[in-house]
Design a protein around this ligand. Structure first.
Ligand code: PLP
Length: 400
């Protein structure tokens, strides 16, 4: 078998992967080791905000690579200052700490909330540390962020894990209120649960949480690792519900494909003292220069309007396909959407779409009864048409 040219067994086993090695990417397209092309609706898991290897990222990497890779996090560097400026100028936040992954940014958010809870204790002087999170949420794969996540079994998989993350039900304000006690310091959620199956928090729920947290002197933390950086049709998803959170985390799209993440807070919350937070690669100029390039693209006049138009086009196409095949409609925000299949045929569709020839289609089923679409933000209408046409062929072939 041709795949045998690669001995993949030296890589530690962590998940099942198809026998493909991807060698090149451009825009919405990937090419494997056999030269077969794939229309890519995963985009590195909603990471490649501008598609595979966009010119602006190539340019930023080359230009910054020639100048300065890493002076150490003990010193300032220009790209990180510029990116922090761009992020705070375009959000409600005042301070930025850069990280290398979404999980690391969320760890930082948890640390910052606990630190703030020590400085703002309960009436009897006890430190506050509990952070209410949600069932089916996903916040990362470190020990603490797994404990915070609401995936079944994730809080005990590597026990003993980190206590202090009671789980409420999304879009159920009473379930949150019930969990608040004198130890509670914050509520943390994804404005749209991504890995949980593209489930948006409603505008009423987000506004209710903001009111509740203000009344109870709690922090509201939005994990926008998947929803941030234009993905939902606004620069940040909290803007969809007209609220101002206290802390936000970013990842995925912020680096457009390179490892970059961020923890943002309002000035009054940003209470780390010297030595309490840091990291060898945090805020390094190579990655933050890419972040600047991505952010400048998103801020170009008309860019976000185009994202919203593409989202509407994708939504309409999904609904049409759903009606034709007797599925249950679609949901999502912006270009983070899911087709609701109504039966557990997602994995079988994903596999058949990838294997079809001469050109394949890469899709994702976060739950067996859903297909999630996370194209690049600059996907074209033609690339959306092409995806639905390929998907339709697969469905017919599979007899759905
Ligand atoms: C992907 C994701 C994370 C984890 O990000 P990593 O970069 O994989 O650590 C955290 N939160 C949300 C909402 C995510 O989608």
């Amino acid at each position: 078998m041709e795949f045998k040219q690669f001995d993949v067994n030296k890589l530690m086993y962590v998940t099942n992967r198809p026998e493909l090695v991807f060698t090149e990417g451009s825009g919405m397209w990937l090419t494997d080791h056999n030269g077969k092309r794939y229309l890519d609706y995963l985009q590195g898991w909603a990471v490649n905000a501008l598609g595979h290897s966009p010119q602006c990222i190539q340019d930023a990497l080359v230009a910054q690579g020639k100048k300065l890779l890493n002076p150490s996090p003990a010193f300032y560097n220009a790209p990180s200052i510029e990116l922090a400026d761009l992020l705070t100028d375009n959000s409600v936040f005042d301070r930025v700490f850069f990280a290398n992954s979404g999980a690391e940014a969320n760890e930082g958010a948890i640390k910052l909330a606990r630190k703030w809870g020590k400085k703002n204790p309960a009436a009897n002087g006890d430190a506050r540390f509990e952070i209410i999170t949600f069932k089916h949420s996903f916040h990362g794969r470190t020990i603490a962020t797994m404990s915070a996540s609401g995936k079944d079994g994730w809080d005990t998989m590597f026990a003993p894990q980190v206590p202090g993350f009671p789980k409420a039900t999304l879009n159920d304000l009473a379930s949150v209120e019930k969990l608040i006690n004198k130890h509670t310091v914050a509520i943390m959620l994804e404005p749209v649960q991504g890995e949980g199956g593209v489930i948006p928090a409603t505008r009423e729920f987000m506004q209710g949480l903001r009111k509740l947290t203000q009344q109870a002197n709690l922090l509201l933390i939005v994990d926008e690792v998947q929803t941030g950086m234009g993905r939902t049709g606004e620069l940040f998803a909290y803007q969809l519900s007209d609220i101002e959170p206290d802390i936000m985390t970013l990842g995925k799209g912020i680096g457009g494909g390179v490892p970059l993440a961020a923890l943002l807070a309002r000035e009054s919350i940003a209470c780390f003292e010297a030595g309490e937070q840091g990291g060898t690669y945090n805020g390094n100029p190579l990655m933050t220069a890419v972040g600047v390039a991505v952010m400048k693209e998103l801020l170009k006049p008309g860019f976000m309007q185009t994202v919203r138009e593409r989202a509407e086009y994708l939504r309409a196409g999904s609904l049409k396909l759903s009606a034709k095949h007797g599925f249950e409609g679609e949901r999502g925000e912006g270009l983070l959407r899911a087709l609701q299949l109504g039966k557990d045929i997602g994995p079988q569709i994903v596999e058949a779409a990838r294997n079809m020839g001469p050109v394949g289609l890469l899709l994702n089923a976060p739950r067996p009864n859903l297909l999630r679409f996370m194209p690049s933000l600059n996907v074209s209408n033609e690339e959306i048409d092409q995806m639905f046409s390929m998907l339709s062929d697969v469905l017919v072939k599979l007899g759905h």
